[in-house]
Write a protein of this length. Sequence first.
Length: 345
Amino acid sequence: MTAFWEGKTSAWDEAQLQAFGIIRLEVPVPFADTGGPANIYAIENGDGSLSLWDCGFGTLPALAHLRKTAATRGVALEKVSRIFISHAHVDHYGAAEAIAAHSNARIYIHPLDADKVVVPSDWTAILYAHGDYMRRLGVSEVEMEEMKRGFRGAEAFAPPVAKERLTLVEEGEAFSFAKFSAEILHAPGHSAGLICLWAREPNLLFSNDQVLERVAPAPFLDLSMGEGEGKFLSLVEYIASAKRFAAMPFEAILPGHGAAFVGHRALLEALLVFYEQRGKKLLQLLSRQPLTVREVVGCLFANIDTLRIWPMLSGVLAAIEVLEKAGQVKRREEGGRFIFEATVP
């Protein structure tokens, strides 16, 4: 994720969360660019049980940290009856199976992300399955092998969720909690099946990675819906979701990383400007010469290590797809590679 502005939001007093039966727990994240520790929101249900909005990593150290933190804050994980997975990224759902196996909780997730938690994203397998597509993006065989080695063991962050535990949820579905009711908002972009939870009264948005205070949610290269016409266009979808949320009257944002805050409209407006400026920079680059996605990455980033190639490719391709959608860039296939060029000066 990328820092995109220096504007100001207002902190929202988290003590107020407890008045609504909400306790925020944090689990450390071993990645530098996610926006800090992952948030887990424990929410009181009306029957004495608890719901979790997201649940952190599923590694043994992360689970131990969660159990210790939960006990300190008076959160009884054995009372969890519902786990809501905002999206199928390991820092948000990794502990779901472990918690549900202990408490017999149901797990709620959007259909577009459900398969990803039942058969967790094995990035090495993805590279094997979509090797030809990666080559069309301009990734070399050496880089492919380096990425495969770097991704090994990533599945330990999120053990697979038993399919029979899942309940699929869609936009507009309502849920009752002890001190408020809330509805699901589907906000595709950062993930195809990303969902948020909107409590109209007291007007809080559990935004996970859809709205973060200081960093832009990373558009991931998601091939779960295919490589061709049906490919999920992450940044195209995210921009549409961000525009929708910028027009909504949320009082406070409860993000997936960082403390609760007020001021989402100015933040999202700045983020949309950030993406617009990034698009202009890419358009200028592709106006000078046609390039592959990998060549664009080389032009934009001075230092590229193996584990950073995937998010760099993801971000560049997503931004190019926005320009393609607008008719400002076109692609052709030449020598087994996608070549992108500007259609406007």
